[in-house]
Design a protein around this ligand. Structure first.
Ligand SMILES: C[S@@+](CC[C@H](N)C(=O)[O-])C[C@H]1O[C@@H](n2cnc3c(N)ncnc32)[C@H](O)[C@@H]1O
Length: 266
């Protein structure tokens, strides 16, 4: 099976396009007023991924989906929307789960880490909910899918810069901004020090080694009175990481299982 996400108004166009490729829509789910998810049968489940790649190269939001059994149950679990602090809901675009009236809905397509299911992503979004001010500027270091930068824009930031080492993450962040009609995103592969700052809020969900390596420039990118939220570290690494981020002062740290978020202020 292949799941293809589209909008209600585009379903006829999608049907025609799939038909021209010899593919037929089996059912269409309507998980929100706008979103439609077309399920397309493929001859063999093993050919699904290859076909999904081809459909994506034609600009479709397509993904291979298990047909049934335990793998489908896992897939349904992994594509369930996640609501964070009652303000932001992150969902895969092709999720079949109900999300009518979900607060601050952000839908994500293919590529880049960050689906809202990982504790580190959620811990940082909780901080964004508290700290993003209307019209503020946010820097997302290690943007992956762009989920943090897009959450900041959905929370009222006027401008978010999303930076990553991987070109596929930068393009995923750009596609996801378009998908959600969110203006104000600048996604880039530029080195952190070359990005014009400073920013009211800087977030970096990268591992301890990355934070330590970038510490000096992360600190420099925080505006006076602004803050830096770091995650991707364990609770026992916090003291050491805070040391590298001086002269920022720690405002708070929280953890979920093996993962911590630490917020520091300039
Ligand atoms: C754990 S993912 C976080 C994705 C997303 N921001 C989130 O919170 O779900 C880490 C991302 O950081 C990127 N990354 C790792 N080290 C980096 C560095 N030094 N500079 C920029 N990006 C980096 C990786 O390529 C990856 O996309």
């Amino acid at each position: 099976m292949i799941a293809v996400a589209t909008r209600e108004r585009d379903i006829d166009r999608l049907t025609t396009e799939l038909d021209s490729l010899g593919l037929a829509i089996q059912t269409v789910a309507a998980p929100s007023d706008e979103r439609r998810v077309a399920l397309v049968a493929v001859p063999k489940e093993s050919s699904g991924e290859r076909l999904a790649v081809e459909l994506r190269s034609r600009g479709m939001l397509a993904v291979s989906r298990p047909d049934g059994g335990a793998r489908l149950a896992a897939w349904q679990r992994d594509t369930a929307p996640v609501t964070i602090a009652d303000r932001i809901t992150v969902s895969a675009a092709w999720s079949e789960h109900h999300r009518h009236h979900a607060p601050g809905l952000i839908e994500l397509g293919h590529g880049g880490f960050g689906s809202g299911h990982h504790p580190t992503t959620r811990l940082i979004i909780e901080e964004l909910v508290e700290r993003v001010r209307l019209g503020g500027r946010v820097l997302d270091v290690g943007c992956g899918s762009g989920v943090l930068a897009l959450s900041a824009l959905a929370l009222g930031a006027s401008h978010a810069v999303a930076v990553d080492l991987k070109p596929e993450a930068v393009s995923a962040a750009e596609r996801n901004a378009d998908l959600n009609d969110l203006a104000g995103l600048d996604a880039t592969l530029e080195p952190l020090g070359a990005i014009p700052g400073p920013f009211d809020v800087v977030v970096a969900n990268i591992a301890r080694a990355g934070i330590v390596e970038l510490a000096r420039v992360l600190v420099a990118q925080v505006a006076a009175g602004g803050c830096l939220a770091v995650s991707g570290i364990s609770p026992r690494q916090c003291d050491q990481v805070a040391g590298f981020l001086r002269p920022l002062t720690e405002l708070r740290r929280r953890s979920e299982g093996e993962w911590a978020v630490m917020v520091l202020q300039k």
